[in-house]
Every structure is written in structure tokens, then in C-alpha cells.
Design a protein around this ligand. Structure first.
Ligand code: CP
Length: 301
């Protein structure tokens, strides 16, 4: 594996994570010194084998802002339709000169079959396995708010199918955060024991609501959307019981009126759209690392 690859949060030490958050903060400063010094010849490719809005287009935004030349792979008009494998598709992008490959794929740990690929791979989400750049933007959002990461975090909803829950737990616990999970019993996952949701709402500094991943088979036949919101969602009654300083997050896309009351999506405590803006910053930092650049070093932000 190329040392610039980022497949899971296990690939990053605490120091690596802090360097990436620091670089992301540096990119938020409007100062030409922090511009990315890349040659106009550097080419990256975004290979999304699964739908995406935030991750795909924030990588595109990051790549454009960094001055990289970027192409988007379209599986439906590619030789995948003739039976070409994932490995041969990715190896082809390497052979024809792309220097970084951003890949999202529905298979858990799809990257295990790509061990012979030499160019850096950035995992933009694998099945229900990992979503490291979403994790980094969540860490940045929490750090922006509290100036530290050892806070109480509640992750609630469809934990069983969530790559965000897995990556966030992995990283947050490295930094001494206390992480609790809650949601319907059907979606409890080994290693992620559920706590009482209503009690944890008052305990948490950051609450991350998760989308019901219907495309991965998550259904609760017995509950309507309104009943789900009442029982497991962030409704106005629970919102009113959050700590005064607490924040509300969601990786997106949000099912309004299901995981969250629609009025809370842009409420005072919500950082839903701030997370997306932070996504561009962390993806710039991750792309810069993938191309072999050293961290900027401490920046006074
Ligand atoms: N958070 C996230 O991965 O959203 P997209 O599926 O829109 O990329």
C-alpha cells in the first residue's frame, strides 16, 4: 500500500490525524501561503461505484481548489459492463497516469483486492466498513466547537449499516472521547452496545444522528416515519433537553422528518451544513498528504 493511501482510520496515528486537522484548518485561512504547490500535470480520478453527493462533489471541489486535474469515472459507460474486474479497472487508471485514486464501493473492504496498486488510494466509503474522510470532517467539526476531542459523543440510529459509526468510534476513542450508541435493537452491532437514548441525549456534547440505510436493507416494518422520529429520532422534545453547549450532527443525506425533525436540520445547534464545508477542507488535506507533501506544521488559527 502506498504510504499516502487512506483506507481506514487505523492507517492514521494520533499525530497523523492532528496533522490532517491542522492542515485542514490552514486551508480555511484565506492566505496564499497555504495554497497547494502542485504541478498542473498531477491527475486524480474519482471512481464512485455507489451514489454520492457530499463526498463526491466535495472531493471534486477540493481537487479543483488545489489545482489538480481531475476526471470522474462513470461505471455505467465503462468496461465494467463488459465484465472487467474492480482490480483491472483500478490498475488501468494507474497505468494511464492517474496519481491519486478516490474510490467509493459498496463492498466492505473492497481495497483488500487492490493491495498491488502502487498509487495512493483514498477510501471514500466501503460498504458498511469505513468512511475515513467523513470521520475526519466529524472530528474537525467537534474540534472547531470544543477545542478538544475528549468529549461525550452519542451516535444514534442505523448503527448496523453505518461505516460512519465504525470510523468515528475508532478515531474518537483514540483521543479519549466517550462514545455511546443508541437506536432500534434490530440495528445494534457487535462491539457497539446500545445505551438508553433519552438519558444519553442529556449526557452528550455532540449527537450524531444516522440515516436509515434502506439501500442496504435497513427496514423497520412495524414503524412509520413519524413513529421512528418519535421513538428514535431527534425531535423537538429531545432537542430541548440537549446540553446548552451541545451540537447536533448528521453525515447526510438526512431523511427529514425521520432521523431529524425537519425544523432541526438548520437549527442553532445543528452543524449539518458546517460538516459539509469542513469536508472540503479535510479532503484537501488528505489529497495533499496522498501526493507526498509534509504537514504544514503548526498554524496559528
Ligand atoms: N456523508 C456521505 O457520505 O454523503 P454522500 O453519500 O452524499 O457522499
Amino acid at each position: 500500500m502506498n504510504p499516502g493511501s487512506l483506507l481506514t482510520m487505523k492507517d492514521l496515528s494520533k499525530e497523523d490525524i492532528l496533522n490532517l486537522l491542522n492542515d485542514a484548518k490552514a486551508f480555511s485561512i484565506s492566505h496564499s501561503d497555504w495554497r497547494f504547490p502542485v504541478s498542473s500535470q498531477e491527475m486524480t480520478a474519482n471512481l464512485f461505484f455507489e451514489p454520492s453527493t457530499r463526498t463526491h462533489y466535495s472531493f471534486l471541489s477540493a481537487e479543483n481548489q488545489l489545482g489538480l486535474k481531475t476526471v470522474d469515472f462513470n461505471p455505467e459507460s465503462s468496461s465494467l459492463t463488459k465484465g472487467e474486474s474492480l482490480y483491472d479497472t483500478v490498475k488501468t487508471f494507474e497505468a494511464i497516469g492517474y496519481k491519486v485514486l478516490v474510490i467509493r464501493h459498496p463492498e466492505d473492504e473492497y481495497f483488500k483486492e487492490l493491495e498491488n496498486i502502487q498509487v495512493p488510494i483514498i477510501n471514500a466509503g466501503d460498504g458498511k466498513g469505513n468512511h475515513p474522510t467523513q470521520c475526519l470532517l466529524d472530528l474537525l467539526t467537534i474540534y472547531d466547537e470544543f477545542g478538544r476531542l475528549d468529549v461525550n459523543v452519542l451516535i444514534c440510529g442505523d448503527v448496523a449499516h453505518s461505516r460512519v459509526a465504525a470510523s468515528d468510534k475508532e478515531a474518537l476513542e483514540k483521543f479519549g472521547a466517550h462514545v455511546r450508541f443508541a437506536g432500534p435493537k434490530e440495528w445494534e452491532r457487535e462491539g457497539f452496545p446500545f445505551s438508553d437514548f433519552d438519558e444519553s441525549v442529556e449526557w452528550a456534547d455532540a449527537i450524531i444522528m444516522l440515516r436509515i440505510q434502506r439501500e442496504r436493507g435497513a427496514v423497520l416494518e412495524s414503524l412509520s416515519d413519524e413513529q421512528y422520529l418519535e421513538k428514535y429520532g431527534m425531535n423537538k422534545e429531545r432537542y430541548a433537553r440537549m446540553k446548552p453547549t451541545a451540537i447536533l450532527m448528521h453525515p447526510g443525506p438526512v431523511n427529514r422528518g425521520v432521523e431529524m425533525d425537519t425544523d432541526l436540520v438548520e437549527s442553532e445547534k445543528s452543524r449539518y451544513f458546517k460538516q459539509m464545508s469542513n469536508g472540503v477542507l479535510v479532503r484537501k488535506a488528505v489529497l495533499r498528504r496522498a501526493l507526498g507533501f509534509k504537514p504544514f506544521g503548526r498554524v496559528d488559527v
